[in-house]
Design a protein around this ligand. Structure first.
Ligand SMILES: NC(=O)c1ccc[n+]([C@@H]2O[C@H](COP(=O)([O-])OP(=O)(O)OC[C@H]3O[C@@H](n4cnc5c(N)ncnc54)[C@H](O)[C@@H]3O)[C@@H](O)[C@H]2O)c1
Length: 261
């Protein structure tokens, strides 16, 4: 049965690590003694620059996490070049689709927030089975609660949480640990354009990516599935589960206040 994950001496891959939360998680893993961390991103220039800034134990790979063949080829390359992967942080994400969005927003969000994790698990889990490993999915507090500005983001992040739970249950016997990162607002490129009425503000203060990375490190050490850098998200989730109608009423009020502000 997987338990706590010990970082020192391990090989890790972090997707969406050219900046933001992914880059901070990669830096934290290196500071905590990881032997090697691969900065993976679809943006080759930024991935190269991020790896360059993280020192000799970081390297980079450019691929699209939503392209299954590219993911499988990247897993092969990393395994050949750096050895077995002990930790895969499936972190890349996109902010697409205001309101109900259009079909392209739904398609992109589904592929990046759900299928990317499926593709990584398909390529990795047969290799990790038996020898052990850890798979972290970056979902969002929007996947536990809701993000009122965007349905495609909210719904696909709920999918990410559900998938992470499924993997955690079904693959524990293979010695594979799974965790699910669900932050509220974090100061990254994704939220750089958030105005005063962005619904992410409902969760309160935005954290810095380094705070999130610290929460990830603590949860890996403790062997916890759900990683909540904003601890109050657990309370919100509890309230939602206890009385769904009351929670919906509260969210409608909060939405009205936010948009009237
Ligand atoms: N910033 C927040 O407030 C917040 C809150 C909750 C969850 N998240 C999640 O955290 C994760 C990281 O986001 P961030 O805030 O650091 O944003 P970010 O925009 O700084 O980082 C996302 C990275 O993912 C990469 N990426 C996007 N699509 C990709 C693809 N198809 N293949 C490979 N790389 C791809 C981008 O190039 C970018 O470097 C995302 O999954 C996001 O949904 C962010």
């Amino acid at each position: 049965m997987p338990g706590p994950f010990s970082v020192p001496g391990t090989n890790a891959v972090v997707t969406g690590a050219a900046g933001g939360i992914g880059r901070a998680v990669a830096a934290r893993l290196l500071a905590d003694g990881a032997a090697h961390v691969v900065i993976a991103d679809r943006d080759a220039d930024r991935a190269r620059a991020a790896a360059g800034g993280l020192g000799p134990r970081a390297s980079w790979e450019a691929f699209d996490v939503a392209d299954e063949q590219a993911v499988a080829a990247a897993v092969d390359r990393v395994w050949d070049r750096a050895g077995p992967v002990d930790l895969w942080c499936s972190n890349a994400g996109v902010g697409a689709g205001e309101g109900l969005g259009d079909d392209a927003d739904w398609d992109l969000s589904w592929r990046v927030h759900v299928m990317a994790h499926v593709y990584a698990a398909r390529a990795l889990f047969p290799r990790m089975a038996g020898r052990g490993g850890h798979f972290m999915v970056t979902a969002s507090a929007a996947g536990l609660l809701t993000n009122l500005d965007t349905a495609p983001y909210t719904v696909t992040k709920h999918g990410a949480v559900a998938l992470a739970e499924w993997l955690a249950i079904r693959h524990a016997d293979d010695g594979i640990g799974v965790s699910c990162l669900c932050p509220q607002g974090v100061n990254t490129a994704m939220t750089a354009g958030d105005g005063a009425s962005a619904s992410t503000r409902l969760g309160g203060e935005y954290l810095e990516p380094e705070d999130v990375a610290q929460a990830v490190a603590a949860a890996l050490r403790d062997g916890r599935f759900l990683i909540l850098p904003h601890p109050e998200a657990a309370d919100y989730e509890l309230r939602r589960a206890q009385d769904r109608d009351r929670w919906l009423k509260g969210m409608r009020k909060a939405w009205a206040k936010l948009k009237g502000a």
